[in-house]
Ligand binder design. Structure first.
Ligand code: BYC
Ligand code: FE
Ligand code: FE
Length: 479
């Protein structure tokens, strides 16, 4: 069952060759996908051989094979985690019933919407990152960018498979539309806000893969226990790949912090707020890194939807979308009478208010997400402290800079004070990256293409990919 068929045009472990209709639909979609990849995917380097991993099985160990491939020839496959015999729906009103192998009619629209939204983010991120290859700080980093890109491409395949197999004609139409929307295009934008933002430099890329790919993880975890079994199995395997994307982000930011801290220490610069002195040495100052955190974190929080949400309650009740770690939560998994504390603005202050837990599904996922992010920032701060510098990066308050949910109508500072709109407008330039900050960062983005060398604003990684030595040529640049 889980053996992957690699002889067919579309590698898969879903026995595609026995479903002629689906196979035809996917083969028809493939050239359009390639066309999309070549026009708005990674700019340049499409003819270069890149040292990439390809998913070749769904076993816990040894699921990926490493080797040199040209990106357009990457084997984007359809891989589902193995079926669990006798799996039962774990939550909601159908709890205890066998999971569904077909789409239940009453939940068809809900499922389609969730799959389309999930699918839309994948190509969006590839579009957002398309120009970064040209300014890669090393071949190692360039390879990681392309690895993330091809896997986000595969995640699109994963959702298109579900649409084309289970949703008939409108599924095929949605599959087409996923290739037609464009990140940042005012006429046909991607669906969710953060996926229409720019990723103009490598620090943004590392912040995006730290914070926004981690929303991907949280959302996929919530779908990984779905009562719709094909969705659960697809997202489970996607999560295997997601770990690397977040690692690229977390270690990428850590290497930037490492380099800045080393240079400050070596130059005897003790005031992290003395931005000009730090920038003179060609590294990124810590306050600018803080502003980047503020931006990417707050924009990503919006991706969780409103904290209190009927959509989320309906999806939970239906057994379609659960909570993070649903099977491990110690309650009835139906939430008839439970409450959950949600932060809200009450009488001019921010307070926890007990809400029916069923309506606070998004709030809970947001809490789980924020606590993971807090651990990451703690690990970054350790690097700063090791260099004897007196500076602490912080996650901004969850209400800071929000466009969606409880706090979207308020102006809230990074430390969680309610403010007037005019104060906010004056102060926010200190909290979010300015044009000058962006210009400075972009001035550092000079490519480094020699194997084993790194741009001066970022430290080398601790270890290579797939155990390769430091001077390994991860991308063979041809022209
Ligand atoms: N921008 O009840 P509400 C990833 C809409 S990232 C624009 O508040 P709900 C990846 C919402 O659609 C993971 N619109 O929220 C990462 C709804 O509109 P309709 C992506 C927004 O529905 C990096 C209305 O507001 N996957 O994989 O409970 C690289 C009210 O909705 C936004 C998923 O998100 C926004 N930010 O939750 C590559 C999982 N927020 O339908 C990939 C699937 C809300 O009334 N999606 N709206 O017109 C979902 O589970 C839910 O749709 C959401 C929203 C969590 C996004
Ligand atoms: Fe993804
Ligand atoms: Fe990802």
């Amino acid at each position: 069952m889980s053996a992957v068929d690699y002889d067919t045009l579309i590698p898969n472990n879903v026995d595609l060759s026995s479903d002629a209709r689906l196979k035809r639909a996917l083969e028809k979609w493939y050239p359009r996908y390639l066309d999309w990849w070549k026009t708005v995917g990674p700019e340049g380097f499409q003819d270069c051989e890149v040292y990439l991993r390809t998913a070749v099985s769904v076993d816990r160990d040894g699921w990926a094979k490493f080797g040199f491939v040209k990106m357009p020839e990457y084997r984007w496959g359809i891989l589902l985690a193995p079926r669990e015999e006798g799996r039962k729906i774990a939550f909601g009103r159908h709890k205890g019933e066998p999971v569904w192998q077909e789409v239940p009619g009453e939940y068809r629209a809900m499922l389609r919407r969730l799959i389309v939204i999930q699918g839309d983010t994948e190509p969006a991120s590839v579009e957002q990152q398309r120009y970064l290859g040209a300014t890669a700080p090393s071949l190692y980093d360039m390879r990681n960018l392309f690895q993330v890109n091809v896997e986000e491409g595969r995640h699109l395949w994963a959702m298109v498979y579900l649409l084309q197999k289970y949703f008939g004609r409108d599924g095929r139409e949605e599959a087409e539309a996923l290739l037609e929307r464009r990140s940042g295009d005012p006429d046909r934008p991607r669906i969710l806000g953060a996926f229409n933002e720019r990723t103009p430099d490598w620090l943004s890329f590392f912040m995006f893969t730290t914070f926004t790919d981690r929303d991907g993880k949280m959302q996929l975890e919530s779908l990984a226990n779905s009562g719709f079994d094909p969705l659960a199995r697809t997202t489970r395997f996607m999560l295997t790949e997601e770990g690397h994307h977040m690692l690229v982000g977390r270690t990428g930011v850590a290497r930037v912090i490492q380099r800045s801290s080393e240079v400050m220490q070596a130059q005897g610069l003790t005031d992290p707020h003395d931005i000009d002195s730090v920038r003179k040495h060609g590294v990124i100052d810590l306050p600018t890194i803080q502003k980047k955190i503020n931006f990417h974190f707050s924009v990503t929080l919006d991706l969780f939807g409103a904290e209190v949400s009927t959509n989320a309650a309906n999806a939970f009740n239906a057994g379609i979308k659960g909570r993070f770690g649903e099977p491990r939560i110690d309650d009835d998994h139906q939430l008839h009478d439970d409450t959950y504390p949600v932060e809200q603005v009450v009488d001019g202050g921010i307070k926890h208010v007990d809400m029916p837990a069923i309506s606070a599904i998004n709030a809970r996922l947001l809490d789980d997400y924020i606590s993971e992010c807090a651990n990451i920032v703690t690990s970054w701060n350790r690097i700063i402290a090791e260099h004897g510098l007196d500076y602490e990066l912080q996650l901004p308050h969850r209400g800071f800079n929000r466009q969606v949910g409880e706090f979207s109508a308020y102006c809230i500072s990074p430390t969680g004070e309610l403010m007037t709109e005019s104060d906010w407008a004056r102060m926010s330039t200190d909290w979010l990256p300015s044009d000058d900050d962006g210009d400075y960062i972009r001035s550092l983005m000079k490519p480094e293409r020699r194997a084993g060398h790194f741009a001066p604003w970022i430290a080398p990684p601790r270890a290579g990919i797939d155990g390769k030595p430091g001077d390994f040529e991860y991308v063979r640049i041809t022209a």
